[in-house]
Design a protein around this ligand. Structure first.
Ligand code: TRP
Length: 332
């Protein structure tokens, strides 16, 4: 039996943090054990906002190295560059003919830009490029071009997934046959609830992140900055209302969790101590990944080779899909 396909795109827009790791990288690597994983660097999506060539290039190397360092096996999973598969963009153009402009008007990211402009008394479309406006169409092409079954994504991608399904279904119903498989979003349980330094969701836009590959000293310094309440050392503390404990749970064993929980409840443990415990488990967990990363990021030729091998496989798959599609719709 052929394996079911898991597909996701990673936008190379910045430094990977613990929230990205727990919410996206880790569950996607888990899925890759069971599924035929096809994970790509969404560099054309990133180009909508990143116009500095050096930054875009470095982010692509950084994110690829990160996935490899965290355990994505390029012998089993396909990892590739979106921009290395021209067929994706042909499929995207095909989808455009079936996508209502009104649907795109309702996309959150576009609407947020318009609302911000109006709030600042600017033209509603100021700084809005067509890449942003049509973002959900390219994203749909990314996934349905090879009939993906599941798409591991964060909660923030729910609307994009709904639009993708909407577009694919309307094409299928127009032609009266399943030209595209309807994919399913897999929203990992813990996605969206990884808290940052200030207790809000960990996110670049809140400037509250803990980067994944900090050297130990810097990692410790950041962890010491996690916001806690002003309880004294003696007071018993509630582990379930604590940002430090919430993060601790993701990086430790049941046994460690229970031990720290009792220390909270007993009293006599200060916040500095709890943070030190958190630092130790996070650092132990990340050290092998950090070592891998430091090694892989030095070897751009290897990263390019992985991406190119993956892209070559996907180009063949997508070209086959296109041959069928072109015939079905009368382009051939
Ligand atoms: N929109 C996704 C994000 O911002 C990235 C992405 C692009 C993606 N294409 C995709 C995710 C296809 C899943 C499937 O994170």
């Amino acid at each position: 039996m052929t394996k079911r396909i898991s597909c996701t795109g990673i936008k190379p827009t910045g430094i990977v943090h613990l929230g990205n790791y727990l919410g996206s990288i880790k569950p996607s690597i888990e899925l890759a054990k069971e599924y035929d994983a096809r994970y790509f660097i969404a560099d054309y999506h990133a180009l909508n906002s990143i116009k500095n060539p050096k930054t875009l290039r470095e982010n692509t190397y950084g994110i690829t190295a990160c996935w490899l360092a965290c355990g994505l096996d390029p012998e089993k999973a396909i990892i590739y560059r979106q921009s290395s598969v021209p067929g994706t963009f042909e499929i995207s153009t095909f989808l455009m003919a079936f996508t209502a402009k009104g649907l795109m008007n309702r996309a959150h990211a576009y609407k947020a830009s318009v609302a911000k402009n109006l709030g600042n008394n600017k033209n509603p479309d100021d700084q809005v490029n067509m890449g942003l406006f049509t973002y959900p169409i390219l994203m749909a092409a990314d996934v349905i071009q090879f009939d993906s079954d599941v798409v591991p994504v964060g909660k923030d991608q729910t609307q994009h997934m709904e639009m993708m399904i909407d577009i694919a279904q309307s094409i299928n119903s127009f032609y009266g046959k399943e030209l595209f498989k309807i994919p399913k979003a897999v929203i990992h349980e813990s996605m969206g609830v990884i808290t940052g330094l200030d207790g809000r969701k960990m996110s670049k836009s809140y400037d509250n992140t803990i980067p994944l590959f900090l050297p130990p000293k810097k990692l410790r310094k950041l962890i010491m900055k996690i916001v806690t309440n002003s309880q004294s050392i003696e007071e018993p503390k509630d582990p379930d209302k604590c940002n430090v404990f919430a993060l601790y749970k993701h990086f430790s064993s049941e046994d460690q969790i229970e031990k720290l929980r009792s220390k909270y409840l007993e009293g006599g443990m200060g916040w500095g101590h709890a943070k030190q415990e958190l630092f130790e488990v996070v650092n132990d967990y990340l050290t092998p990944f950090r070592d891998n990363y430091d090694r892989i990021i030095q070897d751009k030729a290897y990263i390019n080779e992985v991406l190119e091998k993956g892209s070559a496989k996907i180009r063949i798959i997508v070209e086959k899909k296109l041959e069928v599609l072109r015939k079905e719709v009368g382009l051939r």
